[in-house]
Design a protein around this ligand. Structure first.
Ligand code: NFE
Ligand code: MG
Length: 572
């Protein structure tokens, strides 16, 4: 048999429940790709018949990473349904919390979740620390990883792991793979930032907790506004936010940005990270209100990679279907009328390549039938790619000056054309550029808030829920992984339907009734794999989307039994 199947499960470094299967031909070129989630959580079912004021608290449990995104989405969807507009102070506070989330998420993604797909830890151990210290100055005049002594210490810390025969967090990787392109010195620079990022991300979590009370799963949003009034009125707390933000911005400027610039140069000729747009339709929403009616990123749609036209979003054109997903409904339904009824049909027997490169018996996706818990979202029947790549490209095409300035500067420094963004390298660079744009403008929102508080102390809008009325409303905005929407219906004072259409659902989508692939699948087809038993190229590509499968599929009982029944009366 000339065709072979490779199975990677789990593929994520975060809460992994993503399984990728590819079929390769006799030349090791990917012919077919299947992206499937092996977990179902069903939060859309859990909120049914509950008080809409509680929805945000449930929704944020979709994920332990972008908790704030779903929290805000759960709150805003209900506000939208009830026709409530929160005061500007509340909106800007929500932006400051969102900045904490984005900065946290993006730096952790590059260093802890994805960086080791680009930097080879074992190679770093043979670096010349003096040369590495000099190398860092090629990408910024103020590098974070500088000083031979500091880099020597990093090397010794990791060497100690290796000597114990225990690579700890660096175990089970494909060190030495032929597609790693950094020199040992460059690897050491990234490794040193990997270790620094462990403490920087703690600061980002604290930054969220200033207004959110805790992290993950902050607590200070409520339908109508925010509850962190004492913090907003306390100059010491505001100062604390500023100083933590400054620490993270410095890391973005002196470590994250130069490391991506270094990767753009080192990987400029590595075919497995170039020219793999995946789905070339891009989709993002307005996001980051930094002043009255002023969003840092604007929404829109680009079709077939054509930057000459950005289309407005028509929310009526969004659907989800489950022809190839383990749910009952096969019809494309608008999320207001979406259904989430499980229909698990299982895996099938077959053979796949094992860690030694030999064929072995394996359970495989049923590639003719259903193979994922992730639904297939579509816009006007088309798959979309979402994420920082969409925000960056769409805003560049719209001529958004705040984005253009950052992107043009990076393209000039890296020597890459804008079209290079349509790749694995581009997705990874776009995420850094998005972090950079957010970092450049977080203080705009902060200053707008301080200014507004001088004359207006409103933090919450009053409202009543009329139990005799039916309501429907949505949240449409971006999360760190891309376009996010939540859709709710309220009847008799309780939630009658709730659907979340999430960034990783768009990108990790299985095929639809027409056989159209989602972006994970599309970007893999046509790629050549150097060594079938070490498919680093697949891992690197999929990680460049920053997959989050808990989000994508949103108390699971594996036998499908009801665990408890609760009755909620919001009128009591
Ligand atoms: Ni669980 Fe999420 C983000 C959302 S998923 S991380 O960002 O929404 O794609
Ligand atoms: Mg959903």
């Amino acid at each position: 048999m000339s065709e072979k199947r490779i199975v990677i499960d789990p593929i994520t470094r975060i809460e992994g429940h993503l399984r990728i299967e590819v079929v390769v031909d006799e030349n090791n070129v990917v012919k077919e790709a299947y992206s499937g989630s092996t977990l179902w959580r069903g939060l859309e079912q859990i909120v049914k018949n509950r008080d809409p004021r509680d929805a945000g608290f449930f929704m944020q449990r979709i994920c332990g990473v972008c908790t704030y995104s779903h929290y805000r989405a759960g709150i805003v969807a209900v506000e939208n349904a009830l026709g409530i507009k929160p005061p500007l102070n509340a909106e800007l506070t929500r932006t400051l919390m969102n900045a904490a989330l984005y900065l946290h998420d993006h730096i952790v993604h590059f260093y802890q979740l994805h960086g080791m797909d680009w930097a080879d830890v074992v190679s770093a151990l043979s670096a010349d620390v003096h040369k590495a210290s000099e190398e860092a100055f090629k990408y910024t005049s103020t590098p974070f990883a500088t000083g031979a002594d500091k880099l020597k210490e990093v090397k010794e810390r990791v060497e100690a792991f290796v000597k114990k025969g225990n690579l700890g967090p660096f175990a089970n990787a494909y060190w030495g793979h032929s597609t790693y392109k950094f020199t040992p010195e460059q690897n050491l620079i990234v490794l040193s930032h990997y270790l620094e990022c462990l403490s920087i991300q703690r600061t980002a979590a604290q930054m969220m907790a200033i207004f959110g009370a805790k992290n993950p799963h902050p607590q200070s949003l409520t339908v109508g506004g925010v509850t962190c009034v004492m913090d907003l009125m306390d100059p010491a707390r505001m100062g604390e936010y500023m100083s933590k933000f400054a620490e993270i911005k410095e890391f973005v400027d002196r470590a994250y940005y130069p490391d991506i610039l270094m990767a753009a140069k080192a990987y400029a000729n590595e075919p497995s990270v170039l020219n793999d747009v995946g789905v070339s339709n891009l989709f993002c929403y307005d996001e980051f209100l930094i002043g009255k009616n002023d969003h840092l990123f604007k929404g829109g749609i680009i079709l077939n990679g054509d930057l000459s036209k950005v289309y407005d979003i028509d929310e009526d054109k969004i659907t989800e279907e489950a022809t190839r997903a383990w749910y009952k409904n096969d019809k494309a339904l608008h999320p207001y009328d979406g259904e989430t009824e499980a229909n698990y049909t299982g895996l099938v027997d077959g053979e796949s390549i094992d860690g030694e490169g030999k064929l072995a018996h394996s359970k495989l996706f049923d590639t003719k039938g259903k193979y994922s818990w992730i639904k297939a979202p579509r816009y006007d029947g088309m798959p979309m790619q979402v994420g920082p790549i969409a925000s960056i490209v769409i805003n560049y095409a719209k001529g958004n000056e705040r984005v253009k300035k950052v992107v043009d500067e990076f393209l000039a420094k890296s020597g890459l054309p804008l079209s290079a963004v349509f790749s694995t390298l581009g997705r990874t660079a776009a995420r850094m550029l998005e972090a950079k744009v957010v970092a450049e403008h977080t203080m705009d929102a902060f200053n707008a808030l301080i200014e507004n508080l001088k004359t207006d102390q409103e933090t919450c809008t009053k409202y009543v829920i009329d139990n005799k009325k039916e309501y429907k409303g949505n949240f449409q905005g971006n999360a760190p992984r891309g376009a996010l929407s939540h859709w709710c219906r309220i009847k008799d004072g309780v939630i009658s339907n709730w659907q979340a259409v999430v960034p990783s659902t768009w990108n990790a989508s299985p095929k639809d009734a027409k056989g159209q692939m989602g972006s994970y699948e599309a970007c893999l087809v046509g790629m050549k794999i150097a060594d079938l038993s070490k498919p680093l190229e697949i891992i690197r590509k999929i990680h460049s989307y920053d997959p989050c499968i808990a989000c994508a599929v949103h108390v699971m009982d594996t036998k499908g039994n009801d665990l408890s029944t609760y009755k909620i009366n919001p009128n009591l």
